[in-house]
Write a protein that binds this ligand. Sequence first.
Ligand SMILES: Cc1cc2nc3c(=O)[nH]c(=O)nc-3n(C[C@H](O)[C@H](O)[C@H](O)COP(=O)(O)OP(=O)(O)OC[C@H]3O[C@@H](n4cnc5c(N)ncnc54)[C@H](O)[C@@H]3O)c2cc1C
Length: 461
Amino acid sequence: MTVAVVGGGISGLVVAWRLRSRGRAAVVLETSTRLGGAVGTRQHQGFLLETGPNSFLDREPATRELASALKLEDRIRAADPAAKRRYVYTRGRLRSVPASPPAFLGSDILPLGAKLRVMGELFSGRVAAGVDESLADFGRRHLGRTATRVLLDAVQTGIFAGDVERLSVGATFPQLVKLEREHRSLILGAIRAQRAQRKALPAGGTPAPKLSGALSTFEGGLGTLIDTLGTSLGDAVRVGATVEGLTRVDGGWRLAVSEQGRRAELDASEVVLAAPAYVTQGLLHPLDAELAARVGGIEYAPIAVVHLGFDAGTTPAPDGFGFLVPPTEGRRLLGSIHASTVFPFRVEAGRVLYTCMVGGAKRPDLVGLDEPALVALAREELKALAGVTATPSLTQVYRWPRGIPQYTVGHLERMAAVDQGLGRWPGLHLAGNAYKGVGLNDCIRNGLQLADALLAASPRG
Ligand SMILES: Cc1cc2nc3c(=O)[nH]c(=O)nc-3n(C[C@H](O)[C@H](O)[C@H](O)COP(=O)(O)OP(=O)(O)OC[C@H]3O[C@@H](n4cnc5c(N)ncnc54)[C@H](O)[C@@H]3O)c2cc1C
């Protein structure tokens, strides 16, 4: 019997695609009239605009594997070399983020005392095993107050738009916790890892062909991936189909689906809930209030994407990937991506596109502003932070009231309890960015892994 996948974002699509490509019946039910969830690409007045995510790092084998199977490998586009530099707004201006330890020592990203404190990281200790620390506490122990406030908070803002004091380091940056556990000091750990990598190469040899590690998208934008998955899934996808209820029946599950004003039932042997956690909570509640409460306890930060497009010759092309603004700077922008510098093919020649991010866990109120107010805010902030004074010829706003899941302190414990709770419901599975990684790479890797586990458990379906 069929596997029913609830939600046609990247997570749900990947699960269904893998199942079907290995001969297992699967259907995707998506409430919206279009697929992709947060991922979407729109063409407006000569600008290619992303509704949510802009790019992914080409370092995840699962994403490459998916692109290759979909015959999209040739359409991966790496960021332009001009996008190499990144900026952080601190102490009244944009400052370049150093790319190497010697560059860090010579840079003005932190005051001298704070740079010396970062070097003191070599003497950091370990926290007791099993302690779920906030990202801020972890950062202060290793890097000191200023580096945590300026650099670590900026980095998390670029991924989670969160509150550094509330996010769990173990759930958001597990690789940092691993470095501490294995090497005590993050700097020592990084040096040893680099040495080990060099040693692993055969003498005089070149590394095996590997992922570029570059910031990337697809020709045509990230929507290309969604469109290709949608085409490949064909009539296994039902858009405009809202799952409203879930009950256990003999040998499987029954879903109540509302589709084009009609209510219907769909029976499935297994169900993958790949909708946002707050929707999944509602579906789980009649079955298992405890499990539903755990899932529903996952918070989201709202975020608004404000695109400002400029005609050729009206404003200079900005250098670098873009800039981030640590929340303690008290500004109203989380940051801005220099989209036309990163991926020049996204604009017609000479045009400039800034993609500004507003809101996040620290300023959720701003996402509630109307569109003209959000555009005015983004323009004012771009002028103050980056000196952009020209009038944009294109403005476009995409709002995500519950945009990015927040893995707050306790998230790992919550996930352990969720996994245990799911054990009470054979054939019921969770997928999506709320649980074990928010990036596109995470969603793809986790989606493929879940599908493979289902296939392994019941090979002939
Ligand atoms: C503004 C923004 C910028 C981002 N930038 C990046 C980036 O640059 N790089 C990166 O790697 N990641 C980025 N992310 C994160 C990444 O885009 C998301 O984590 C990922 O797209 C989530 O995919 P998903 O399928 O898990 O969830 P979603 O995209 O939320 O998909 C869930 C789907 O479920 C559907 N649904 C809801 N209720 C029902 C129901 N009852 N029945 C049926 N369907 C239902 C929804 O309509 C939706 O399509 C960004 C996210 C945002 C919001």
